[in-house]
Design a protein around this ligand. Structure first.
Ligand SMILES: Cc1ncc(C[n+]2csc(CCOP(=O)(O)OP(=O)(O)O)c2C)c(N)n1
Length: 671
């Protein structure tokens, strides 16, 4: 009885079992084309949940695509936000949006964000992407329906790995306690998560006994058998007095033989050849206008690129990375420096690494790569960041050097109270890696882009915070923090490759800034600069200072080059790799010597800027002195899906934006 005209109550379209099977197959094809066009995204889990999606959107749930906010509609919560493309094709097939538009997935300003955003796309009930939160939202909606005397159902789609999040069980307890028979949860039990089999990463079974113990009705189905699915949903709707969970046995990557049951296809899109092979297997070669869809994605991208470039500040020439002779630079992601250090130092028996199911890409698994003897000190904690953080405190209390890491949003936000009380208050020796921070995680979108982590981490008493500017510095900083810094410590890492601007000889002294000065023309960008410890630097009365951290250091250097070549200005760049404790002396001297300070951070403005301005306003040396300051950073907004370097432009954290601001300030200074 799925698609309803909310004005008349009439069914506008229903699907037979055979039609549902066919739709699910076709939806798999669109899903894969879309992922291929995006160049990133989750193939495995979207294929495993597709039959459930087809059943729900085209037959089971009562909703009206023409009136997506119809008060009596059934609600569908995608707690497993990474399966967004399945949701989008479900909405497309149901008529909430044009199925052909879904191919703009994960591109800048697309309605089809890497993880669902309800404010962008009608039919998306709530925004999600941080696992384990959906069932709680469903509880809220179910309680509200009861208050408002509404009869609709609230469906909640989750993964089996997701069951490792403690919040799921808080919500399960609540739904059981309140006898919320308007909740129907579905778990896509494909038995895999990112790091491997769920049973090996962190066993969640027996889910039936666990949910039953919380007062739920439990149904089992083959999640690829349309008859069973529809029957189970019908049965679930009739249950009275308790919430229902449908445990759907599925296969990750279902339908494409080379993707089935392969953990590596979790977060990977098919390339063009793989897409062709997959569509052939699904029998869809003739049924989906692949070229047309890929062309549509390309022209959307071209339009976004054109709009973005039109907004970019212009100078005498193109100063972008590797654009011309003077801009040649090598790039690697800073996260890899973290992994290198763990690999080099992992023989130290005190080091214990706690995995949170995203180990390969954040490189924490380099700790044990090729070293089976270290495996006993590798503890897989599952997708349970809060407990893992407190467990790390337990290890530290016993004298170990625990290391935890995940996306910075999950390792330095999701678990904030655990960091505050269990780690920081006790002043425990825990190294926290905030990986994929800033805009560098690109197409995943706002939910995964940590742009606020440094506020909390620098705000925590006892915490040390380092934001390395490149892979080399990330390696040095990790090693230093591991062995030399006792207490809570946070290192912020980027996912995307960023310019390598230091080498083995470049000083790295915790808590001390480096001064970087442009000295000459050189084909290799880095060779044009000279770096020294700020303590040893003698003022050259430069025109201005730029204080930067992390991947904004190379941007600040590029800004210095633009400012010199196009405007003749000399810039003192401060690499403020340690945000806490910050090098107050270097900041004050830069302000004193130049009178103009621009801060640059790939974060909401303030983690660096307000620290710097606090120092400047409190400094006796600067009382009564003319001083002009501005901050470059993200301006109190969420990110967006898009390529990392597009987002650097979109969020106005590029060298070009720094340079424009600096020129404005220089005009004021000259007056
Ligand atoms: C709170 C949180 N931690 C980590 C992640 C990163 N992440 C995305 S998907 C995923 C694995 C999910 O496994 P599962 O629920 O089994 O989904 P499936 O295998 O079906 O895709 C992880 C760890 C996240 N999105 N949210």
């Amino acid at each position: 009885m799925a698609l309803i005209d909310s004005a008349t109550g009439k069914v506008t379209r229903d699907y037979s079992i055979e039609q549902l099977k066919d739709a699910a197959n076709l939806m798999r094809g669109y899903d894969l084309v879309t992922l291929c066009a995006a160049g990133s995204g989750h193939a495995g889990g979207t294929l495993s949940i597709m039959d459930i999606t087809a059943a729900l959107y085209l037959h089971v749930a009562q909703h009206d695509p023409k009136n997506p906010n119809w008060a009596d509609r059934d609600r569908i919560i995608w707690s497993a936000g990474h399966k967004a493309p399945a949701l989008y094709v479900g909405l497309g097939f149901a008529g909430f949006c044009d199925i052909n538009d879904v191919v703009t997935l994960r591109k800048l300003h697309s309605r089809f964000q890497g993880h669902p955003h309800w404010l962008k796309l009608p039919g998306v009930e709530v925004s999600s992407g941080s696992l384990g939160q959906g069932l709680s939202i469903a509880v809220g909606m179910a309680l509200n329906a009861r208050l408002d005397d509404k009869k609709h159902k609230i469906f909640c789609l989750m993964g089996d790995g997701e069951q490792q999040e403690g919040q799921v069980w808080e919500a399960a307890m609540e739904a059981g306690h309140f006898h919320l028979d308007n909740i129907i949860a579905v778990i896509d039990v494909n038995r895999l998560q990112i790091d491997g089999w769920v049973k090996d990463v962190m066993e969640v079974q027996p889910l039936d006994e666990k949910y039953a113990a919380f007062g739920w009705e439990v149904l089992h189905v083959d999640g690829h058998d349309m008859n069973q699915l529809v029957e189970a949903f019908d049965k679930a709707k009739k249950v009275v007095g308790k919430p229902v969970v449908i445990l759907a046995d599925t296969i990750k990557g279902k339908g494409v033989s080379f993707m089935e049951n392969v953990a590596g296809w979790h977060g990977k899109p098919p390339n063009r050849e793989e897409l062709t092979a997959a569509l052939k297997e699904l029998g869809l070669t003739e049924r989906i206008p692949v070229e047309q869809l890929l062309d549509k994605a390309k022209s959307y991208q071209a339009e976004m690129t054109r709009e973005l470039e039109a907004k970019m500040p212009k100078f005498s020439r193109d100063f972008w990375w590797n654009s011309g002779d003077a801009m040649k630079v090598k790039m690697e992601p800073t996260r890899k420096g973290f992994g290198k250090s763990l690999a080099e130092n992992g023989d130290d028996e005190r080091i214990v690494c706690l995995g949170m199911d995203i180990s390969g890409s954040i490189t924490i698994s380099d700790f044990y790569a090729g070293k089976p003897e270290r495996k006993k000190r590798w503890i897989s904690m599952g997708i349970a960041e809060q407990s893992a953080t407190a467990a790390a405190a337990g290890f530290a209390r016993e004298g170990k050097l625990p290391v935890i890491g995940s996306y910075a949003t999950f390792s330095a936000a999701r678990n904030l109270d655990q960091i505050r009380v269990s780690v920081c208050y006790g002043n425990f020796n825990v190294l926290i890696a905030g990986a994929h921070a800033g805009v560098s995680v690109g197409p995943d979108g706002a939910t995964h882009q940590a742009l606020e982590d440094l506020f909390a981490m620098t705000g925590m008493p006892n915490m040390s915070v380092v934001v390395p500017c490149d892979i080399v510095e990330a390696r040095k900083a990790t090693t230093w923090l591991l062995f030399k810094r006792v207490g809570p410590k946070y290192i912020r890492l980027a996912r995307e490759a960023t310019p390598i601007v230091t080498d083995e000889k470049t000083p790295f002294v915790f808590g001390k800034a480096n001064v970087i000065r442009l000295r000459k023309d050189a084909p290799d960008f880095v060779d044009a600069f000279e770096t020294c410890l700020a303590d040893y630097y003698e003022s050259e009365s430069e025109d201005l200072s730029i204080i930067a951290c992390g991947p904004m250091v190379p941007e600040a250097m590029r800004a210095a080059l633009i400012l010199k070549r196009d405007f003749g200005y000399e810039t003192r760049v401060l690499n403020m790799h340690t945000l806490k404790p910050i090098d107050a002396e270097a900041v004050i001297r830069a302000a004193q010597d130049t009178g103009v300070v621009v801060t640059a951070e790939e974060h909401q403005i303030g983690a660096l800027a307000w620290r710097v301005s606090g120092l400047l306003t409190e400094s006796k040396q600067l009382y009564g002195k003319p001083l002009i300051t501005r901050a470059i950073g993200v301006k109190d907004r969420f990110g967006d899906s898009g390529a990392p370097w597009e987002l650097v432009k979109e969020l106005e954290v590029s060298a070009e934006h720094i340079a424009v601001k600096a020129v404005e300030l220089m005009k004021i200074k000259k007056k």
